[in-house]
Design a protein. Structure first.
Length: 144
């Protein structure tokens, strides 16, 4: 029997497994001197807690894999939710899979499909970055 309302299965999976999902996304900010910094943020969906964040001037696939290795250390997070950004590419998905996690990709060009990170990023912009200009990278790794 067919379902009358063929809603995306991803929404149901996210709702049912929210405690085991981490959502991630990149956003940009501009520091003094008009240098663009990329901020990578990982959010635990069930609790809406920021699990990890890091800043770089040049995000690469290898850098993103290293960030995931820092985040995914416990068996609590079984799913990783991300968009189809070029930085989060096939090698990153393979590395996440080798860590024993399942990758949930968002549909292409639909930022509203990851409302958890989009809401967090909007709040960070409205409450912090719209009112101040970063002088340098706050990350321990630093950005050149």
């Amino acid at each position: 029997m067919k379902r009358a309302n063929n809603r995306p299965r991803l929404q149901a999976r996210v709702r049912n497994h929210a405690h085991a999902i981490v959502a991630c996304d990149f956003f940009t900010t501009v520091r003094v001197g008009f240098r663009v910094l990329y901020v990578f943020v990982v959010l635990e969906v069930g609790t809406r807690r920021i699990v990890h964040w890091s800043v770089t001037a040049h995000p690469t696939g290898a850098w993103t894999i290293q960030q995931f290795r820092a985040v995914i250390t416990r068996d609590v997070h079984r799913f990783v939710l991300h968009d189809r950004d070029s930085v989060v590419s096939a090698p990153v998905d393979q590395a996440i899979g080798s860590m024993g996690r399942h990758v949930l990709k968002m549909p292409a060009r639909m930022p509203q499909a990851n409302p958890f990170c989009e809401r967090l990023i909007g709040t960070i912009h409205r409450e912090c970055l719209d009112w101040l200009i970063p002088l340098r990278s706050p990350s321990p790794m630093g950005a050149p």
